[in-house]
Ligand binder design. Structure first.
Ligand SMILES: [Zn+2]
Length: 321
């Protein structure tokens, strides 16, 4: 692993280094704005390319596979990612498998490794690679989805090494967007945790409440509004806990805690179909017996729940055998 330019962020208020928020590479925003930046990197010895196909990247022995320009297939969208202290790293993103790699016996088979998605592998990657992968997925999502000008409907061309799209007809620049979303661990006077079951999860998976920030709304107001809408609970004292990007397709999850002013629960019935208060013992038992599932892996929901719980939640018993 190369020396990193930036230190991992260690100033999260309470949640520590979240799996998708450990980036260490320098995005070199001034350099990437230069018109010939990607061309000059093509010719440079120290440039390596991350190939991503439909949001999946190749991983070998717990590291992203980076390749020289000579090994790249034709086509794809090229976007600058960053400098890790010794290597310039550029994304080469395809929405679908490039023709050169589609046929059996193609060049793809000469490169070992497994094609994996960000959520599958992020927790097992080092900080540099986790940061590069989350950046790659986020900027690729925007790039592949933004093909026409929102002002005039005209075609857009890439600029700034993939970080700006330009409408020549209007001389207008379009920049990548991120949608802020709050997610909140609510506790009552007895320090019980409120979790809800989303209709989309089948009714037995419980998690912290979450929602997008409205236009013109503060984060704190969004916490209070979302919780009231989904549970009928009025909360006070929203406290920021940490954040991580969640590029599925383009969210930034902002974690909070908040205190409930009452305990009566009114699930909205649309999004949230069940709500429960849990003591630590009740939650551990419900998870252990398989009565409910809770978020695991790289989500900030998991970090918020375990921060309240005071450690790692038990595994369901049927998995221990
Ligand atoms: Zn336009």
């Amino acid at each position: 692993m190369s020396d990193s330019v930036l230190q991992p962020v260690t100033s999260f208020p309470a949640l520590g280094a979240l799996p998708l928020a450990r980036a260490t590479s320098d995005r070199r925003c001034e350099s990437r704005a230069q018109e010939d930046w990607l061309d000059s990197l093509r010719a440079a010895e120290r440039t390596r390319y991350l190939v991503m196909i439909g949001g999946r990247a190749r991983v070998l022995d717990g590291e992203l596979v980076l390749m020289p320009a000579a090994d790249l297939p034709e086509g794809g969208t090229e976007i600058y990612l960053g400098f890790d202290g010794s290597t310039e790293i550029v994304l080469h993103s395809f929405e679908q498998t490039p023709a050169a790699w589609a046929a059996p016996g193609s060049a793809d088979e000469l490169h070992p490794g497994q094609w994996l998605g960000l959520r599958d592998v992020a927790a097992g990657l080092g900080a540099r690679d986790a940061g590069l992968f989350v950046e790659a997925v986020a900027i690729a999502n925007w790039n592949h989805a933004t093909n026409f000008c929102a002002g005039c409907g005209g075609p857009l061309t890439l600029r700034a090494s993939g970080w700006v799209k330009f409408c020549a007809a209007e001389g207008r620049e379009h920049f990548p967007r991120t949608d802020p979303a709050i997610i909140v661990a609510i506790t009552d006077d007895a320090d019980r945790l409120l979790l809800g079951a989303n209709k989309a999860w089948g009714g037995t998976r419980f998690s912290t409440l979450a929602g997008f920030v409205d236009p013109g709304e503060s984060l704190e107001a969004a916490v209070i509004r979302e919780v009231a809408e989904e549970s009928g609970v009025i909360v006070k004292n929203p406290r920021y806990m940490g954040s991580q990007p969640w590029p599925f397709p383009r969210s930034l999850m902002l974690g909070f805690t908040a205190i409930a002013t009452g305990t009566e629960l009114f699930p909205d019935g649309e999004e949230i179909i069940d709500l429960r208060w849990f003591t630590r013992e009740e939650l551990a038992d419900a998870v252990r017996t398989g009565e409910i599932g809770v978020p695991a892996g790289v989500s900030i929901a998991s970090a918020l729940i375990e921060n309240w719980f005071g450690g790692v939640l038990p595994q369901p018993e049927h998995l221990e055998n």
